[in-house]
Ligand binder design. Sequence first.
Ligand code: BTN
Length: 326
Amino acid sequence: MLTPLGFRLLRRLADGEIHSGEALASAVGMSRARVSQVLKEADTAGLKLERIRGRGYRLHDPLPFLDRDAVVAALGPAAKAVKVEVVDTVDSTSSELNRRSAREDVHRRLLIAEWQTAGRGRRGRGWTAVAGGSLTFSLGWRFEQGAGFLAGLSLAVGVALARALEGVGIGGVELKWPNDLTHRFCKFGGILIELSGDALGPSLAVIGVGLNVRLAPAARRGIAQPVTDLATIAHGRVIDRNVLLAALVCELTAMLDRYAVDGFAPFIPEWQRRNAFRGKSAKIILPDGSTASGDVVGVDASGALVLDHRGRRLRFVTGEVSLRRP
Ligand code: BTN
């Protein structure tokens, strides 16, 4: 597990140059043996570290770290809309914001982590990410309304993220109901919305977003579904994660301000346009394992998926169901 000391060492190695064990040891005030021991942790975070006999250590790929000042600078005037915090490591940005919400106001609080030790996905699954190759963040947002009004929120978040990706030149992003970001049916991003508060409002949404920016082959092997990353979608282009993050947050805050007034309805056409299953047949797997299938019609104003099954309309609400190709 990467410790704060591990991150201090990695920041020194981030330039992709060779750093001797001795220089690293003196920079952090530890013995060379301790440095060697701590750097073994880099492998667990999915980083490829070369040990060059007699010369020192080098990160296989230079690693521009997430940096609060860089994010704020890239946000420009939009930085006023959120309170930005970047941490090296946390169990889960969403768990942390949920915990904090018990003692402080986390409205417009953006927590970004370089690495999560216990990232969470939907339906009780984990979320795999690699230090330096992912974006994992959560944003707290308070709404006057309750859970019913927020049923389409995760879909609107998908629209905002897709808009931002397109804005930085990453095209072909599709949305897979209810809240996956895909490219040619391979997943590269996920959204986890957790709501608390009164059923009729007000409520707090903790919006968690995870994106694969550059996933090493070893990390891909650990994920049990077809996955891709933004570097592949962008044909190997180097992606500045700080700039990308700012673009995502700009679109998210603009969308959330609009959603608070008008709900999901204004985002439906754009969601439909990006629907990975548009005009396709699909199979729904229900929590008890039973299935339903039909042609995907689209989504309604509450974010429910509508299928056409032999002329009969079937409606599925976001929750514990999952959507597959037949
Ligand atoms: C999914 O597709 O299952 C949703 C994945 C959501 C992952 C993000 S990463 C940031 C935030 N913190 C978490 O623990 N999960 C969300």
